[in-house]
Design a binder for this molecule. Structure first.
Ligand code: R5P
Length: 369
């Protein structure tokens, strides 16, 4: 009996020990996952957002996610993605961390975009080796309660496994996009336990950052001219964001790789807007030259090698119909006329006013953990 009791005690002790050991390990896992998203060297993050299809369907220029993601993956620190696109369009050989969107349920043509629920189980997120889970909250909307409670539930689940949660403060037609509203939404997300909050840039963005106890990452928003998007990136970091979670302003650009590299120069190399835009133009023109120098590899231009000497009936002899050679008809490249999407033009908020073109070296933002 005595022996049995001591065994039980030992097991009990072991259980408690393992529980705390696990907690410690989970803490390590959470920290480790977070550090793959926000780089500890400089507390900066460059996330590429490609999750738009979850409510927008085949968004312009993201019709083929695999083609879009492939060349960009090595330039971002992490990829924000849905499970469907991750499984079908991202190579499992990548070492880029995945920020998995786990909410959804409504479409752009449905009744109410704010009616979202959690759609991915924690088991599936673990199977997909998610480095963080992302979901939207719709503060001030009809479904505010549902989405905020869901955030709390997601944090409960994710924390068990050491997976960080990124809360997206969604904005809509009827929802505000000013510092007052965004401070409220970001703070609520952090209070529910989100480890990172993604939100939109606005005037007086410093206020939003200062009142949010966890790191803030800024969404790119609708396509705007490249220089404006770089300015937005610069302004966001200067105001205290850890970086940008940018989508359309990269892959709807005429030169996505040049654009993500220019954004990266601001996020990770402390470039100012002039320097980054110069880099964009240089890379874009190099890319254009490469394309125009490339001999047309369309087999249709090869001399007919049909040994039979019969006239080649292969349709591929039609002139190259590769759409990529057509002039860009993308309306999104027109300068954005939506004033609300224009980066802050308040001169007092413009960061780089240094006309000398000297590299701007803003002090790294201290980590919020
Ligand atoms: C919106 O909630 C989507 O999740 C996108 O990830 C987000 O809007 C960032 O992409 P973009 O830079 O295109 O706005």
């Amino acid at each position: 009996m005595q022996w049995k009791l001591s065994l039980l005690n030992e097991n009990g002790f072991r259980k408690v020990f393992l529980f705390f050991q696990n907690l410690k390990d989970m803490d390590w896992g959470l920290k480790n996952r977070l550090s793959s998203i926000i780089k500890p060297q400089n507390n900066r993050a460059l996330m590429l957002a490609v999750d738009h299809g979850y409510f927008l369907g085949p968004t312009e220029k993201l019709e083929n996610p695999q083609k879009v993601i492939g060349p960009l993956l090595k330039y971002c620190d992490s990829l924000m993605v849905t499970r469907g696109v991750q499984r079908t369009s991202v190579s499992p050989n990548t070492s880029t961390p995945m920020v998995l969107r786990v909410s959804g349920g409504s479409s752009i043509i449905g009744d109410d975009l704010s009616q979202e629920d959690i759609t991915v189980s924690i088991e599936d997120a673990i199977r997909l080796n998610a480095s963080a889970l992302a979901m939207s909250i719709f503060v001030g909307s009809k479904y505010e309660y549902q989405t905020v409670v869901n955030l709390g539930k997601l944090v409960n689940e994710a924390t068990k496994y050491g997976i960080p949660v990124l809360a997206v403060t969604a904005v809509g037609k009827e929802l505000g996009k000013d510092a007052r509203y965004l401070s409220l939404a970001c703070r609520m997300a952090a209070e529910q336990g989100a480890n990172i909050v993604k939100t939109y840039y606005c005037e007086n963005f410093e206020k939003v950052v200062q009142s949010c106890p966890v790191p803030i990452i800024v969404a790119g928003g609708k396509k705007i001219p490249e220089r404006d998007a770089l300015q937005l990136t610069y302004n966001s970091i200067k105001a205290g964001a850890v970086g940008v979670d940018i989508g359309r302003n990269v892959w709807q650009s005429e030169h996505p790789v040049a654009m993500i590299r220019a954004v990266r120069a601001i996020v990770h190399e402390n470039s100012n807007v002039d320097q980054a835009f110069k880099l964009y133009n240089k890379l874009a023109s190099e890319e254009s030259k490469r394309k125009s120098n490339k001999p047309n590899q369309n087999k249709s231009n090869k001399p007919n090698q049909n040994k039979s000497n019969k006239p080649n009936q292969n349709k591929s002899n039609k002139p190259n119909q590769n759409k990529s050679n057509k002039p860009n008809q993308n309306k999104s490249n027109k300068p954005n006329q939506n004033k609300s999407n224009k980066p802050n033009q308040n001169k007092s908020n413009k960061p780089n006013q240094n006309k000398s073109n000297k590299p701007n070296t803003p002090k790294p933002t201290p980590a919020k953990k």
